[in-house]
Design a protein around this ligand. Structure first.
Ligand code: IVH
Length: 678
């Protein structure tokens, strides 16, 4: 029998290895379900025996700490930045400067220049002890708890690492995570981030590490500092970092002359468009440490490295007008209509001005000529105004004061850049937005109704409030249609709802009555109440009446709920329209109170079944696993004689197929699974 301390150590090591298999090797050996079980076991033990919590505990990956104030820490070695170059000629000059100081041959290492935030992490005896932002280069903020949630930064090292060293790298937010994050922000009425770098930097400064964990930050580590390090070149040091468990640059090339550097730069200026993260250039480093030392540094930069920044193509074009788009949550986005102009392979006619603050900073005037830039990113960016071309009598362009859709007076939150229309119950794009949000996957998940169908229902005056969905009948729906106007090539078309469609819609709506309270709460679309906050509110208040009658103080007792969220909840339940909606939803039979976990299952069709999921599906693998668990099943990662069946998508691994066949385990498709669950 192991002691509590031994048990904690064992679970810590085991879970860290599973994390490594999953995140670094991309090769999990246990299912998410089994992982969560072990993690919960460790969390419980840690709660009872906090004195035995290990410094590399994997529970830190999911966060939980709240940092009210980030302490300022002095860097052991100042964090220098690199000199920038923008042309091949300047690269050649860099090479010549080096050759003046070093007579023997010089080898360079080329890397990508990650467009994120610099971070410095200290390891003592193989355990991560501190992570600090760059700050002013001398002092930075201690963001250790937040960085511990990033899986590419190891908590404990493997192998023959030095006892004390510092490592530098870049924190980035991959494009797919950036898009998810911005969609979620738009869903709850928060202004989206302008680019992944801003999003990464905003995320790293969050006070709640659990939220940082959910954002999905990533990191590349590329520079070690310390005494008596066991290698002599930069390239070797990176190989070592990899062995110790760090995620190092994906692309690195050793080259022996500056022409090869230039070739590398040209390749990546093109290839970068295919990456899942932003890079803004390449970095060139002298490989030999002895040579690096010989070259030394200037006041600001090392002489042994330089950054080449990719050129963003830039043109000037005339501002024709500014449109204002009202989003699904009422956020108003100004969009510039431009004289069409060719830029980096496309014709640019419009570009977002993001928000009132950005628009004011540009100080736009009528008929201004604007500089438009396009780098690696897909969206063109307005970067400035050509003042020399401004007409003397041109008037400034003022942000509108009233909603272009409904005429309500617009509002702006002081601490946020977004201007919004507060008329959320009677402004058309917001009504449609609420309806679409209500049926969406993470909310009521009525997938027989997509955005297009909701629009048809809205245009036919059948649904203008979320409660109206539950009043729909086959009679209402049969035969309703939408005309799609003719465009250049296609004549006018008419889409109409036939029997099968109607039946699917009504079944989908009926099934949504089983959706648990926390998701119904999220589906209501209360401004600033995202999926996570809804979960916490549901857990705390248990039912909608308790929530609706809570005071501001009571609301703020819930983790995550600050002033702004509390006010928004109170405003929501002060609206008569909203109260009526809640009454109607209750009459229709929606879940407005929490049930115990067992009752949250959608069915027990898969009770006792262990299922191996392999291949690519029409929805994400997490979604598939979630579905299985909601129907009482369990997913496991490897096939054994205890496996009930294998769920095979496209490109199922051939090894898995062989094994399933040899053990006579049935293989079923996604369609067959869906049929079972219906
Ligand atoms: S090496 C002594 N390598 O670019 C400087 N930096 O201005 C060591 N960066 O502050 C930095 N990718 O934040 C290095 N592969 C890379 C990089 C990289 C991005 C950032 C880093 C640095 C800035 C240079």
């Amino acid at each position: 029998m192991l002691s509590a301390e031994e048990q904690i150590k064992k679970l810590t090591d085991e879970l860290n290895q599973h994390n490594y298999n999953y995140y670094m090797l991309d090769n999990p050996v246990i299912s998410d379900f089994e992982f969560d079980k072990l993690l919960r076991e460790l969390m419980n033990l840690e709660k009872t025996y906090p004195e035995y919590v290990q410094p590399d505990s994997p529970t830190q990956r999911v966060g939980g700490t709240i940092t009210k104030h980030f302490a300022s820490v002095k860097h052991i070695y100042p964090m220098l930045s690199l000199g920038n170059t923008y042309s091949e000629a300047e690269l050649v000059e860099f090479d010549s400067r080096i050759k003046e100081l070093i007579t023997e041959s010089v080898e360079y290492v080329c890397e990508l220049k990650y467009d994120g935030l610099a971070i410095s992490v200290v390891y003592e005896n193989g355990v991560m002890v501190r992570a600090v932002t760059r700050g002013d280069g001398v002092h930075g903020d201690d963001v250790t708890a937040n960085v511990k949630t990033i899986h590419s930064v190891p908590l404990r090292l493997k192998g023959d690492f030095p006892p004390l060293f510092e490592i530098r790298g870049e924190i980035i937010l991959p494009h797919d995570r950036f898009e998810i994050l911005n969609r979620e922000r738009e869903d709850i009425g928060e202004p989206p981030f302008a680019n992944p770098r801003n999003a990464a930097s905003g995320s790293l400064k969050l006070q709640e590490s659990a939220e940082v964990a959910r954002r999905g930050l990533d990191c590349r580590l590329y520079y070690v500092l310390g005494e008596n390090l066991p290698y002599t070149t930069h390239y070797e040091s990176i190989q070592k970092l990899k062995e110790w468990g760090f995620r190092v640059p994906d692309v690195m090339q050793k080259v022996s002359n500056i022409q090869q550097v230039i070739d590398f730069m040209h390749v990546w200026d093109k290839e970068r468009k295919k990456l899942n993260y932003d890079i803004d250039g390449i970095v060139i480093k002298v490989n030999s440490f002895a040579q690096q030392q010989q070259l030394g540094r200037t006041a600001k930069n090392p002489r042994w490295a330089i950054a080449y920044k990719f050129k963003a193509e830039k043109v000037a074009t005339k501002l024709l007008s500014v449109d204002y788009q009202v989003g699904r949550t009422g956020i108003v986005t100004p969009v510039a209509n431009l004289q069409p102009v060719a830029l980096a392979g496309t014709i640019v006619k419009r570009a977002t001005l993001h928000n009132a603050d950005v628009m004011h900073a540009l100080d736009l005037h009528q008929n201004d000529y604007l500089f438009v830039e396009k780098g690696g990113e897909i969206i063109p960016k307005i970067v400035g105004v050509d003042l020399a071309k401004r007409e003397a009598a041109a008037q400034p362009v003022a942000f509108i004061s009233h909603c272009p859709e409904c005429g309500a007076e617009l509002k702006k939150n002081e601490e946020e850049a977004g201007t919004f229309c507060p008329n959320d119950t009677h402004c058309n794009p917001q009504i449609k937005g609420k309806l679409e949000h209500f049926i969406s996957r993470k909310a009521m998940n009525i997938d027989s109704l997509g955005e297009g169908k909701v629009e048809i229902l809205f245009d036919n005056h059948l649904v203008k409030n979320i409660a109206d969905f539950y009043q729909l009948t086959a009679q209402n729906l049969l035969g309703i249609e939408k005309k799609i106007p003719a465009d250049g090539n296609k004549p006018e078309r008419v889409i109409s709802f036939r029997e099968k469609t109607v039946e699917n819609i009504l079944t989908g709506i009926q099934q949504s009555l089983k959706v648990p309270f926390e998701r119904v709460l999220f589906a209501l679309g209360i401004r600033y109440v995202g999926e996570t906050t809804a979960k916490k509110l549901a857990k705390h208040f248990q039912n909608i009446d308790a929530l609706a009658s809570a005071t501001k103080e009571e609301l703020m007792e819930v983790e995550d709920v600050g002033d702004r969220v509390a006010d928004s909840i109170i405003d929501f339940f002060n609206e008569t329209d909203n109260l009526e909606t809640v009454v109607r939803l209750r009459q229709s039979g929606l879940q407005l109170a929490s049930l115990s976990f067992d009752n949250q299952l959608l069915s027990n069709i898969l009770q006792g079944k262990s299922i191996v999921v392999s291949g690519v599906f029409s929805v994400s693998r997490d979604e598939i696993k979630n579905q299985i668990e909601l129907h009482g099943g369990k997913t496991v990662s490897s096939i054994s004689k205890n496996t009930s069946f294998v769920l095979a998508g496209d490109n199922m691994g051939p090894e898995k197929k062989k094994k399933a066949d040899s053990l006579h385990i049935p293989i079923i498709s996604e369609t067959e699974l869906n049929a079972m669950l219906k």
